[in-house]
Design a protein around this ligand. Structure first.
Ligand SMILES: C[S@@+](CC[C@H](N)C(=O)[O-])C[C@H]1O[C@@H](n2cnc3c(N)ncnc32)[C@H](O)[C@@H]1O
Length: 249
């Protein structure tokens, strides 16, 4: 992707409540998947964006949260919201690369990655992030997934271009297990999360078009929404709660 395209994409998402499908209810639902009695004291939120999940994690746990994203303006928004909600001491913001993770420490109780693992590849992310988990620590990840074994040709063609690595539910589970994780639970994110995502995107898209005129970044965002509206039952986001066991075979 060209530098200007990335800049426009970032600008587009600076104006949205979340940067991918998700919601407060989904973050809570995911927390409820943690093994019984699991009370994280340290969480690393990878690709936190403006902190849609981070603030829920701060509210629902007593953990210290390291919120990492590569785009500083997203972290600036999170900082403001964390201050407004009284969570500034509970959250440390780090502008960095989730594929490197040199300066964030090790042995986290819980890693969190809502809609972000795809940017470095699901398998690569899961493989890399194992080094950041303590034994019996957990990783929650939500990932774009085929729900249908025979998706519509239009959807297949669109994602062959946009996300050729996209897997189905069985393949995601197998991938996690082959890397040594135990699958604690999986669930599909509800359609409301997608509707809220596109509703949140609409005003920002309008503002960006007023500022910059028409651009392929904006038309491809429209196209993505149209594909979802027509073929959204063929795919969606799968949430996976994974545990990194202390005994690895
Ligand atoms: C789809 S958004 C999800 C954001 C947020 N978790 C949410 O659910 O609203 C993906 C996020 O990952 C960040 N990101 C992408 N690649 C990254 C990388 N290599 N290192 C750190 N952050 C990255 C983007 O800046 C963006 O905020």
């Amino acid at each position: 992707m060209e530098e200007q395209d990335i800049a426009l994409l970032c600008e587009l998402f600076e104006g949205t409540p979340r940067q991918g499908p998700g919601s407060e209810a989904t973050t809570r639902r995911a927390l409820a998947c943690l093994p019984q009695g699991f009370q994280p004291q340290s969480i690393l939120d990878l690709g936190c964006g403006t902190g849609g999940s981070t603030l829920v994690l701060a509210d629902q746990t007593t953990a210290h949260i390291t919120a990492l994203d590569m785009h500083q303006p997203f972290l600036d928004t999170l900082r403001q919201d964390a201050q407004a909600q009284g969570f500034e001491k509970q959250i440390t913001m780090v502008c960095g690369d989730m594929a490197k993770l040199e300066d964030v420490g090790d042995s986290f109780d819980l890693l969190w990655a809502e809609g972000s693992a795809y940017s470095i590849g699901f398998e690569h992310a899961l493989s890399l992030w194992r080094a950041k988990l303590r034994a019996n620590g957990c990783l929650f990840v939500s990932e774009l997934t085929w729900f249908s074994t025979e998706p519509a040709e239009e959807a297949r063609a669109f994602f062959a271009k946009e996300y050729p690595e996209m897997k189905d539910e069985v393949a995601l589970r197998e991938c996690a297990e082959s890397l040594g994780y135990r699958v604690v639970e999986t669930f599909r994110l509800p359609a409301e999360d997608w509707q809220a995502y596109y509703a949140g995107l609409e005003p920002s898209l309008e503002r960006c078009r007023e500022r910059h005129g028409e651009h392929p970044v904006f038309t491809s965002t429209d196209q993505e929404r149209e594909i979802y509206e027509e073929f959204g039952s063929d795919y969606g986001y799968l949430g996976l709660m994974l545990e990194w066991p202390s005994l690895r075979g």
